[in-house]
Design a protein around this ligand. Structure first.
Ligand code: SAH
Length: 230
């Protein structure tokens, strides 16, 4: 039974990846491979329609991003998620992208997830342990911490790739500071109208910012404000 359900979910996950490839959202083999390897079904509540291209509630006024947003961010960050590189996932939620990052940087790399809801940190660790990225936790190159992600995670800075999964009113300076020269930050910015910003730190330390697309994310805020917002 378990095996039957398991193999069907892998097929549905593959069909979702193929749909994103047909739509031109997944453009590279590497992103297709990692999204095929990390089964989205593991990261959503049992019974939820995991393989629809839509965001889904995960409790605590948070959502797992839609697959096309996960794919877009992986495509934008892929050059900064090479083997051995260092990645920070702020607002790591279910741990889906955190797990994808671990697959991409591999055991010589380092991945840090930051999430301010302790229950989501615990469940994300369980999710990742059931996924194809399980060894990243066992081998200790992926860790998830309960913290305010607006401050980043200076202990392991600088990072080649920083992803923020919640919309900030403006780009937090601490995240820019924790970016390696040559590194890239992908972050939704704005309140009602939000833009997905791509922030590159050039080798001379200067910053280039461009807008990729309009988006709608939950806010990057304090835990109290998030939980009050019912
Ligand atoms: N990439 C995640 C997105 C989850 S939604 C996924 O697809 O599963 C955004 C997450 O950001 C929520 O889990 C929310 O709790 C978290 N968040 C919001 N503000 C935060 C902050 N200041 N520090 C850390 N996490 C934050």
């Amino acid at each position: 039974m378990e095996h039957f359900w398991g193999s069907r979910s892998i097929e549905k996950n593959k069909a979702l990846v193929e749909e994103l490839q047909r739509n031109g959202i997944i453009r590279s083999k590497r992103v297709a491979e990692v999204m095929e390897a990390i089964d989205r079904g593991i990261f959503v509540t049992a019974g939820a329609p995991a393989y629809l291209d839509s965001p889904m509630s995960i409790g605590y006024n948070a959502t797992i991003s839609a697959p096309h947003m996960h794919a877009t961010c992986l495509e934008l960050l892929k050059e900064h998620l090479q083997h051995g590189m260092r990645a920070l996932d702020v607002g790591s939620g279910t741990g889906y992208l955190t797990a994808c990052f671990a697959m991409m940087v591999g055991p010589q790399g380092r991945v840090v997830g930051i999430e301010h809801i302790p229950e989501l940190v615990s469940s994300s660790i369980e999710n990742i342990k059931r996924s194809a990225a399980a060894s990243s936790i066992k081998d200790g190159f992926l860790t998830v911490h309960v913290a305010d992600g607006r401050l980043g995670w200076p202990e392991l800075a600088p990072y080649d790739a920083i992803h923020v999964g919640a919309a900030a009113p403006q780009i937090p300076q601490s995240l820019i500071d924790q970016l390696k020269p040559g590194g890239r930050l992908v972050i939704p910015v704005g309140t009602l109208n939000q833009d997905l910003k791509v922030v590159d730190k050039n080798l001379d330390g200067s910053i280039s910012v461009r807008t990729e697309t309009s988006v709608r994310y939950v806010p990057l805020t304090s835990r109290d404000a998030q939980l009050r917002n019912n």
